[in-house]
Design a protein around this ligand. Structure first.
Ligand code: ATP
Ligand code: MG
Length: 302
């Protein structure tokens, strides 16, 4: 277990961003560290072992009922968010896990501040919460498409040129607040290239069982690729902190994406030094008495 945790740390660390020195161009979407595609079967095995370990850590997280874990996934379309969530969380007890997807806001959402709908979905203590997209859309798609901001019903005097800087400040403060309340936050940007996205869209069009995943609108968004990349870079640079790091995960090779995401989650859970709650002396006595009753069939002595 110790070796696995050490390996996880080694795999996750190169992709971890915790300050404002981040530059997107320093990260290669095709990176697989020292592993080649021949290592794929071994990676798959490591992932299975990692997932088993993750399940064990999650069981302790649940029993201890103190920390909560929030995993947020952001990416361009077809980068593999759904697959990463599905694979990495596959061994986890569904009772300890809560997944929410955030799509275009509803009219009820728009009647509130932008964190409102996400606040309602924060994980309880002892749980792992997953946000498939999140309030980060507020400095990504909303920044790329200014008309979305105009529909947010904000008082006009509050929409100034500083709005993005203010949102970054608010998000940083909000995440610090969560961290101080025992929420462990990890943010994943699944980093795919423009070329690879095109290839995956074409597959979605050509393979009937993938047709449902394709929307013409997703392809139209490709026109704004550079704007999105700028928005991602600025968002990550301004919201990467020690208490709420970003992981810029190479997403060109799905097997590697999943290994990195699992490694980052294992690393974060292992750092909590989770333990099953210590049983008190009176509880131990109660257990011994119950055992006696079960074994002998005699009633409890009052
Ligand atoms: P996904 O694209 O996440 O795989 P999907 O295709 O099932 O999921 P969509 O209907 O495409 O779901 O919903 C996601 C869309 O919602 C994205 O284009 C995203 O930019 C948009 N969205 C999410 N949050 C917001 C927000 N706060 N404001 C505006 N648009 C948002
Ligand atoms: Mg979509």
């Amino acid at each position: 277990m110790k070796r696995l945790i050490k390996d996880a740390r080694k795999v996750a660390k190169p992709f971890r961003v915790t300050d404002d020195s981040f530059r997107l161009k320093d990260f290669d979407p095709g990176d697989t560290l020292q592993f080649t595609s021949e290592d794929k079967p071994r990676a798959r095995e490591a992932l299975a072992t990692g997932i088993a370990l993750l399940a064990e850590l999650q069981d302790m997280l649940y029993a201890q009922d103190g920390w909560a874990v929030l995993l947020m996934f952001q990416a361009m379309d077809a980068a593999g968010k759904d697959g990463a969530i599905k694979h990495v969380m596959s061994g986890i007890n569904p009772q300890g896990c809560q997944v929410y997807s955030f799509k275009s806001p509803t009219s009820e959402d728009l009647d509130h501040d932008y964190l409102w709908r996400c606040l309602k979905c924060l994980p309880e203590r002892g749980r792992i919460g997953i946000f498939n997209r999140s309030y980060y859309e507020e400095t990504l798609v909303v920044r790329v498409h200014r008309e979305i901001l105009e529909k947010q019903k904000l008082p006009p005097e509050l929409v100034t040129k500083d709005i993005w800087k203010e949102r970054f400040q608010d998000i940083r403060s909000f995440e610090r607040y969560l961290a101080r309340n025992g929420v462990v936050i990890l943010k994943f940007f699944l980093h795919v290239s423009n070329k690879e996205q095109k290839k995956r869209f074409l597959e979605r069009i050509e393979q009937p069982e993938k047709n449902w995943k394709f929307s013409a609108n997703d392809a139209r968004e490709r026109e704004y690729w550079d704007d999105y990349m700028e928005a991602y870079e600025d968002t990550i640079r301004n919201t990467a902190t020690q208490v709420a790091p970003w992981y810029v995960v190479p997403a060109e090779n799905k097997w590697f994406t999943r290994v990195v995401v699992a490694a980052a989650v294992i690393d974060a859970l292992a750092a909590l030094d989770l333990k099953y709650p210590k049983v008190s002396d009176s509880k131990l006595k109660e257990l011994a008495a119950a055992k006696r009753v079960l074994q002998t069939g005699k009633k409890h002595r009052r």
